[in-house]
Every structure is written in C-alpha cells, then in structure tokens.
Design a protein. Structure first.
Length: 261
C-alpha cells in the first residue's frame, strides 16, 4: 500500500463531441449524456478538485471548437481546468490558455511529432503540459498507445513512451485504459502500476471507475496522484461529496471542498 503524502485529486472528466457531453464503452458506442456547461458547474459546486474537458473528435477532423466551452466554464469555475483534443501547435495551446484553461492534454500531436512536447514545455512550463495516453493491452505487461480517441493504432509501447515524455518535459501523464473505459468494472491496475514505477511525474488514471472502492484502490495500491472519473459521476453512481466521504472513511486524505459561491 502506498503511503499518501498529499490528498489525491479527484477529477471530473467531461468528453465532448460538438456541443454535447458524450460517453461510451471502450471509447466506442458514444451517446449523449448532457451538456458541458451545466455538468461542469454541478461538479464544481459539489467539490470536485479539477475538471478535464476532452474534445473527442478534434484531432480526427483537424479542428478545434472547444474554446467557447472553456470560456463559459472559466467564468464560473475556480478549480484547475485542463483541455485536450486538437492541441497540435503552440498557437492551439495559447488559445486554450487564453480561454481560461490551466493545462492542456496532448496525445495525437505528440505521437506524430514528439518534439512538440519539448516545444510546449519550453513555451508554457511543464506544469501546463499533460501527456494523454490511450492505452490498449497487447499481451501480458504490454500496452500500445492509440490516438484519435482510440481509433488509430500507433505501434508505440506505452511504458517506453511514458518514460520518454517525462524526459521531454511533460508535467504529468493522463493514462486512459481503453479496455476498461466506460465499463465501470474497475481499473487496469497492472497498467497504472507499470507506469507509476517508470516515471516520477504525477500520474492521473482514467477508465473503469464504478465504485468508491475502485478509486481507493487506484490511489492506495497503484500510487496514482489523481483519478479522473466520467461514468461514475455522469450516471450518478456516486456523487463527488459521497466519494470524498467514502475515501475519507477509508483513511484516505481528501481535499477540502472549495466554495462555489
């Protein structure tokens, strides 16, 4: 069991397609589950520690339409806000930060041109750069990086890539298990532990949360710095306050709820 020094961050992940929040299973079979503005404000009011907006089709279509969503959220939400999807250039990152984002998540563009990570970290600081990994299991102890919201294979080994992007200046890693994503059956603990063992920067785990016990295990057993939940909150399996209460009851320190007034 990992000795916790800092309370883990509980993050609401909001995947967006067009003007809607969508959710699927294994990044497929996407269905509309709400609107980004109201959902983000609800999670903020309930005391979530951070929010991640992911534009699921920006890289696929080569466009980025998420700025208005970010601007709306930034007016009312005062916890760290990360934005991913379609971050291809320094100008894209600049636009996201000017819209109110605190951090950006990069996947497809980094795989295509790894030097982009170094350029982004140099321009904005490592604390702004989140490397997003969509991991698909390819055998015992092996995972492949996918891009374009799980649509494209890359041939890139997840564990080698995680080590490389830390060296290139990424400030943290968001790893999503494609195999577990949307199932609400628990996390790929082997994946999380393998990445945690290879990097020293913060690791955010995503894909599979269905209960408070799942989240607790990812923190205490896998050593994650943060857990990003989507279905868990979207389908009201548990609310943010209830999740924090459950973690606290298990002896896991939680962050105080910030006032949404």
């Amino acid at each position: 069991m990992t000795q916790l020094i800092h309370p883990p961050r509980l993050i609401a992940r909001i995947d967006i397609k067009g003007s809607n929040v969508i959710k699927g299973i294994h990044l497929e079979g996407l269905r509309v589950v709400g609107q980004p503005g109201p959902m983000a404000r609800q999670y903020y009011a309930e005391g979530v520690d951070e929010i991640i907006y992911m534009d699921t089709v920006a890289s696929l279509y080569g466009r980025n339409n998420i700025q208005p969503v970010v601007e709306e959220a930034a007016r009312d939400i005062f916890v760290p806000l990360s934005v991913g999807g379609g971050m291809r250039t320094v100008d894209d990152i600049t636009a996201a930060l000017r819209s109110g984002a605190d951090k950006v998540a990069i996947n497809t563009a980094a795989i295509a041109r790894p030097e982009f990570i170094q350029e982004a970290a140099k321009a904005f600081g490592s604390q702004c750069i989140v490397l997003s990994i969509e991991a698909k299991r390819r055998g015992e102890g092996r995972w492949e990086c996918l891009t374009d919201n799980g649509r494209e294979r890359t041939g890139v080994d997840v564990l080698e890539w995680a080590r490389r992007v830390e060296d290139m200046g990424a400030g943290e890693i968001l790893v999503t298990s494609v195999d577990q994503e949307g199932t609400r059956r628990g996390f790929d603990h082997d994946l999380f532990r393998a990445i945690r063992e290879r990097v020293s920067i913060p690791v955010i785990g995503s894909g599979g949360a269905g209960t408070a016990a799942h989240v607790a295990g990812a923190v205490t057993e896998d050593g994650l710095d943060a857990v990003a939940c989507a279905s868990l909150f979207h389908y009201e399996d548990i609310t943010v306050p209830a999740l924090k209460a459950a973690l606290a009851g298990s002896g896991i320190p939680v962050r105080k709820v910030m006032s949404a007034a």
